[in-house]
Design a protein around this ligand. Structure first.
Ligand SMILES: Nc1ncnc2c1ncn2[C@@H]1O[C@H](COP(=O)(O)OP(=O)(O)OP(=O)(O)O)[C@@H](O)[C@H]1O
Ligand SMILES: [Mg+2]
Length: 236
């Protein structure tokens, strides 16, 4: 948590973001001029009913899915109005993404999966390998380096996905249900790790969760409902 005035520096901002899924029989309008911002260094929670559009919003914030309308501002620049190279760099340098369904590469082992974003970013391999092992140790998986994703439990897979999101030391980690498959003890441990990283490195975390207990423990919580974002006061 960051209590200084820096807390009010917006690291990312969504302005009037609209998204409709059109490749279905009945077009589905998910985001309706959705507006929100993320403060640098905060732990931000996003809650909302299943199917309301939380993953869609997170993908749009992370440069993975272009909105139909509206803007996503990073350093006052609309990330979707830049070149594809800019967008690639934005993602690789600034964003660590924990996908709801993990998206690990099935034919690569745990260590290789965690290293993958560092290879795309052309980083020093020896240093990246050291960091990958340190992160896998932190999430309790140093004994699983050679396992393929198919040889892991759901919770272990989720923890590998978090380590992968952290490998490039991103400013911002966007985590879609990072504790969804974990028992409460492992979930608490993962949250403790996130809090520790946040304190130590000032990294910003956006956490989509169905758990009100987790949401309550974060700095700020937003709720997505009917395509709009509402601020949630401390009454979860
Ligand atoms: N590629 C797609 N094509 C058509 N509809 C989609 C697509 N992706 C998502 N949807 C629909 O858009 C809505 C929002 O999906 P999204 O995955 O963003 O919800 P969510 O809030 O993350 O839900 P959950 O809490 O269950 O993960 C859902 O009703 C879903 O069925
Ligand atoms: Mg989702």
């Amino acid at each position: 948590m960051n209590n200084s005035s820096e807390q009010n520096e917006k690291i990312l901002q969504a302005i009037e973001v609209c998204k409709t899924y059109k490749d279905v029989k009945n077009p589905l309008q998910v985001l309706r001029e959705t507006a929100m911002y993320i403060n640098r260094g905060e732990l931000l929670g996003i809650i909302g009913a299943s199917g309301v559009g939380k993953s869609t919003l997170l993908h749009i914030l992370g440069g993975l899915d272009k909105p139909d309308n509206g803007r996503v501002l990073f350093n006052d620049k609309d990330i979707y109005a830049q070149t594809p190279e800019f967008l690639d760099q934005f993602r690789n340098k600034n964003i660590g993404f924990v996908f709801q369904f993990f998206n690990l590469l099935p034919e690569f082992n745990v260590l290789e999966n965690v290293l993958f974003p560092s290879l795309i970013g052309n980083r020093d391999k020896t240093k990246a390998t050291e960091r990958a092992k340190m992160l896998l140790n932190e999430v309790g998986l140093i004994g699983r380096l050679d396992h393929k994703p198919g040889e892991l439990s759901g919770g272990e897979t989720q923890r590998v996905a978090l380590a992968r999101a952290l490998i490039n030391e991103p400013n911002m980690v966007l985590a879609d249900e990072p504790t969804g498959n974990l028992d409460s003890k492992s979930s608490d441990k993962l949250l403790d790790l996130i809090r520790e990283l946040n304190k130590k490195t000032g990294q910003t975390f956006v956490i989509v969760t169905h758990s009100h207990k987790i949401a309550r423990s974060l700095d700020r919580v937003l709720e997505l409902a009917d395509g709009k974002i509402n601020k949630v006061e401390n009454d979860l």
